[in-house]
Design a protein around this ligand. Structure first.
Ligand code: FE6
Length: 613
């Protein structure tokens, strides 16, 4: 059927309804109409390229495959033109109604029910075109199919009620969409404004995009290329562009997957952890793409919180284009992407740790804190993350670290616990009274220097069936070792500990002989399961209650130590002085444990003791 005169059509009811939704509620930002129309143009060019492979007789076959965007701020118009496959008259009508024919009822229904899964039903050239009506007074679509035998047409509508189709002379191949902008949308006829939008959403579209004659997209979608053909410099340049960064990336992971989802991802770890440097909390910045077109620059749920230091791109063909922050159509899909990518990245770190131990150690120094956050908070990936944690230990050199797996491999006999001590640094832990018992028994102890470590250890709880245990907790039971000569007798110890408990009264829960002490006279053990010394210190620093909770410690004494043996004599010969010594020993133990809140009384007492020297 050939029609030279304009023909008027009413929109089908479904189309009217859909147009209304797209125009008024599907998208949160009006500017994305440019992304959608450019994406359609790119698809039309892709289809043409495909058609060229099999068809000889192509209309206007010499045209370059490019997209031209032009603006006219006087006339308040924006035009998006492609030399793609184009549409015949029948296709104009058919494509407009595609959704109406391919499950639009289900789509509308699910939208109405607030369940937006079904937006997936909309294939290529989906509702995207309709988004033009968010900003348009009127839209004209000039199109000429690649089929030379078909004439060109112009389709016109204001988006309400009806459209017209008319034959149009002199059309070149492809489609040209001319939008006459509403007055409050006139900004989209500004060159600078449109440039910004194209750079934001369409920077990686494969075909050249010209804005008012100037080429605006010179960067390749590196993530879709074969990684064997990409040079380091190209990756680094891409990273700088994508992350707005000035450094070189520390690590990168470029991977693709087909099942269970199509994924092409390029992830970077930056050189520095800026949060550590005191900058503000990082925002998610692995951008989400669908076939080179950006969907969300900062998707909230694409990766777990603790991976917020990653930069890069995830591209999945399975995503609907019109996904946006508020209309998270497919939470399940994003969750699946999240799982697959996180697992893959953790596997990558595992390989790095194995194959490039030194680079991994440097990465860990900088970004380990994020892994700790993950180990403590992310139950789904905990087991994989815990393998990546590293600590100094009583068996490593200063500055060298060990994994929990390596610790476990060194455990002997029927040992079932992995011990750790928290302290400000190596020297402090090594000179404290807690380590000696473990050293004497050849037990390795992990050294934790960071404020979060205790929290992490408490949350991780165990590794490979072995319990993570604080070495300074009262519950820790250690094996017997041969007692050195010259200790107080059991009876004398019983007498002395009883006397000391009476003397110290409520300041201690219990006084007893120690099986831990080798070189130190006394040791304070945390008797409170729920409030460790370090937790107490943290609460104090944050000015939370908890310093109010009375301190409960067990005091352990070393019956071999000269001071204790002397104290035993003193407690009968000079009880007053023995009381001062006992109190001082408790304070010494509390200082070692980091638990002495106020040293004033201690200093006064010490001065008194010094008088008698
Ligand atoms: C979307 C206009 C109906 C091609 N090229 C471009 N856009 C396309 C197609 N669409 N569908 C096919 C669309 C319109 C109407 C559908 Br009316 F742009 N650029 Cl081949």
């Amino acid at each position: 059927m050939s029609t030279a005169t304009p023909q008027k059509f009413e929109f089908q009811a479904e189309i009217s309804q859909l147009l209304d939704i797209v125009t008024h509620s599907l998208y949160t930002e009006k500017e994305i109409f440019i992304r959608e129309l450019v994406s359609n143009a790119s698809d039309a060019l892709e289809k043409l390229r495909h058609t060229q492979l099999t068809e000889k007789d192509i209309f206007d076959d010499t045209l370059t495959l490019e997209i031209n965007v032009t603006t006219d701020d006087k006339a308040k118009t924006i035009t998006i033109q492609d030399f793609g496959i184009g549409m015949t008259r029948a296709e104009l009508v058919e494509n407009l109604g595609t959704i109406a024919h391919s499950g639009s009822k289900a789509f509308l229904k699910s939208l109405a029910e607030g369940d937006q899964k079904n937006t997936n039903l909309i294939g290529q050239f989906g509702v995207g075109f309709y988004s033009a009506f968010m900003v348009a007074k009127s839209v004209k679509v000039y199109s000429h199919s690649w089929r030379a035998s078909e004439p060109g047409h112009v389709w016109t509508s204001t988006g309400s009620g009806s459209y017209e189709i008319e034959e149009s002379e002199g059309q070149r191949r492809g489609s040209k969409i001319v939008i006459e902008l509403k007055d409050d949308c006139a900004d989209f006829a500004q060159d600078w404004k449109v440039k910004e939008i194209l750079e934001r959403y369409s920077a990686f579209v494969s075909f050249p995009i010209n804005l008012n004659g100037k080429h605006v997209n010179a960067i390749q979608a590196l993530w879709l290329r074969n990684k064997n053909e990409i040079k380091d410099e190209e990756y680094n340049a891409f990273y700088k562009f994508q992350a707005h960064a000035f450094d070189e990336p520390r690590l990168r992971l470029h991977f693709s997957a087909d099942a269970p989802l199509s994924i092409n991802a390029l992830l970077f770890v930056p050189k520095d952890n800026t949060e550590k440097l005191g900058f503000s909390r990082l925002e998610p910045s692995v951008a989400l793409y669908c076939r080179k077109v950006m969907i969300d620059a900062k998707p909230k749920n694409l990766l777990p919180e603790w991976l917020r230091f990653l930069k890069g791109v995830v591209d999945s063909e399975d995503l609907p284009l019109n996904i946006s922050r508020e209309t998270m159509q497919d939470k399940a899909l994003i969750e699946k992407l999240n799982k697959v990518i996180t697992k893959r990245f953790l596997k990558f770190l595992e390989d790095e740790a194995k194959n490039h131990a030194e680079a991994y150690a440097e990465f860990y120094t900088e970004f380990g804190i994020f892994l700790k956050e993950g180990a403590a908070m992310d139950f789904t990936h905990k087991d994989q993350i815990v393998k990546l944690l590293r600590f100094e230990s009583s068996l490593t050199e200063k500055g060298k670290t060990t994994s929990l797996a390596d610790y476990a491999s060194r455990m002997t006999g029927d040992a079932k616990e992995i011990y750790y001590l928290v302290g400000p640094n190596r020297a402090a832990i090594e000179s404290g009274p807690y380590l000696e018992a473990f050293k004497a028994r050849n037990l390795e102890v992990l050294f934790c220097y960071e404020a979060v470590d205790e929290y992490v250890m408490n949350n991780v709880r165990e590794f490979d069936g072995k319990k993570l245990t604080a070495a300074d907790h009262a519950d820790v039971k250690l094996s017997d070792i041969p007692k050195p000569e010259g200790a107080l007798s059991d009876a004398d110890v019983a007498t002395l500990t009883k006397w000391m408990k009476e003397t110290l009264d409520a300041r201690v829960a219990e006084v007893k002989a120690s099986d831990r002490l080798v070189d130190s006279p006394v040791l304070a053990l945390n008797a409170d399961k729920f409030m460790s010394p370090h937790m107490r210190r943290m609460m104090k620093a944050m000015n939370k209650d908890g310093t109010e909770t009375p301190l409960r410690v067990n005091l352990e004494i070393n019956p071999r130590h000269a001071v204790i043996k002397r104290l035993f004599e003193l407690h009968t010969s000079s009880p007053e002085k023995a009381k001062l010594v006992t109190e001082q020993l408790l304070d010494n133990a509390l200082i070692s444990a980091g638990l002495l809140d106020d040293a004033t009384a201690m200093v006064a007492r010490l001065n008194k003791l010094l008088e008698s020297v």
